[in-house]
Design a protein around this ligand. Sequence first.
Ligand code: CO
Length: 211
Amino acid sequence: MAPMPELDHLLANNRAWATRMEQAHPGFFQALAAQQRPQYLWIGCADSRVPANEIIGLPPGEVFVHRNVANLVVHSDLNCLAVLDFAVNVLRVKEIIVCGHYGCGGVSAALAPSEGRVVDHWIRHVRDIAKFYKDQIELETTPDAQSRRLCELNVAVQVVHVRESPVLQSGRAGEIRVHGWIYDVGDGLLRDLTPMVDEVRALEPSCRLRA
Ligand code: CO
């Protein structure tokens, strides 16, 4: 089927990019075609301003990526669980990064009345976090600060979900580190949320398997 003419510029961009890559790194695509061996799994928001590879300066082949609205790891989301299983047990990544971002539309929506769209059902998971951490969020006095706080808490909770997923509970758990980061679309910088993740881990209702 002929491409839609209005997307010709994207295909032209692609040809130029592939040419540049091959000139800078002869054999790059052939080597990638043979196998992928990424060291990192990135779980991030689908937001167009947070492109995983680009903001951590990694070329194709270096990071396995799963993105959805508001970077959620939902216990019953077969899509995310399959990504986790494949990344951990086939690609054998050792570092998993859950990355949220300030100004997340999905997170802000969780602090506003529901509009009843399909995406609001997905955001319901963030709404549950907002309810559970209501006291902490209400320490912030402006809607913007409350949203930022919920963005951070959401990352921390999703890190706990990764750690408690069946994939991480079996086999390689001891070898894998799970990191919680947040990206600021306003300055392009990532921040490590490890201290908050530890705080939240202590508070979250645990669903750990019995030893
Ligand atoms: Co977002």
